[in-house]
Design a protein around this ligand. Sequence first.
Ligand SMILES: *[C@@H]1O[C@H](CO)[C@@H](O)[C@H](O)[C@H]1NC(C)=O
Length: 333
Amino acid sequence: MKINYSNVSNRTIKKSRKPRSSSLFHPKKMIKSVGNKIQYYYKLHPVLMFLISLSIGITILVLLSLYESKYRMTSNYNGMYKVDSGSSESYPFARLMNLVMVAGHSVYTSSSCEKVDKDDAWFLESYQKHKGQAATFVSHIEKGVEITGKDNAALLLFSGGETRKDAGPRSEAQSYWTVAESKGWFGKQDEVRWRALTEEHARDSFENLLFSVCRFRELTGTYPLNITVVGYDFKEERFMHLHRSAIRFPDTRFFYSGTPSSQTSREAALKGEALVRTQFQDDPYGCLGPLRRKKFGRDPFHRSIPYPNGCPEIEGLFRYCGRTPYSASLPWA
Ligand SMILES: *[C@@H]1O[C@H](CO)[C@@H](O)[C@H](O)[C@H]1NC(C)=O
């Protein structure tokens, strides 16, 4: 009887242990048996099994990239939201509110910086070859620096692309910045140099304005409150009326600071200006006919234009081409 009892109790213990031990060891066994099966199928159908593992791998990659791009879109959206709520952390010049734009007219080609006032140090088209032309470029630069120096909230942009084949791949904007540097920022280095940058893609005066507005947004996170354009006095009409209306910027916040052209070039310059003005009247966005062709001629190195990256709110304006004003909404109008 005694033996029987212990047998019984032994059995019950064994019985009660069994399920516990099986629940512990089953998953391992399962993995092992699945592994064995996979190995078995691999030997049986190597190509089929390879294709199956390949497609599983690709599916995982696709899922990961979808997840990543979705994540990126959300973070972009957050970036834009920050702009709207006035956060300043992600933009290097977030506190600047006004744009001062100096439109480039040429590329500086001399290797010496002592000659910035000399005509032969600049790449001049035949229609630009007049005595004293270089000095007028320098006076635009000085004017831009001066206006910026007087406005603590201004960002100065020199604007102009690599427009001259024979001058090599140097931009008008870089040329102007370098001239300002060599002139010691006309005595305003401390106030102005840190907030003087470049817009290096414009191929005509409309692009000088539009691209600089985009560049301003890229640097500050917002669009300019006031815009001041610096250039020749005879181009005032073109900027103030044609280009400004094309981007529908309010005239109460748009200013022009003109300096005279050289005496000897004045007559030809005025004639040329009258022609270009009628062209822009016909084609305010410079995207049809002769203005469009002129831009191709001013892009000898086929530079890709980064905009409207940096100013997503006005992407539509960049894509627009027509004889009537762009009518969709704009951040400033
Ligand atoms: C913009 O220009 C107007 C007119 O000169 C001026 O009253 C205003 O203060 C300027 N705004 C900024 C932000 O500088």
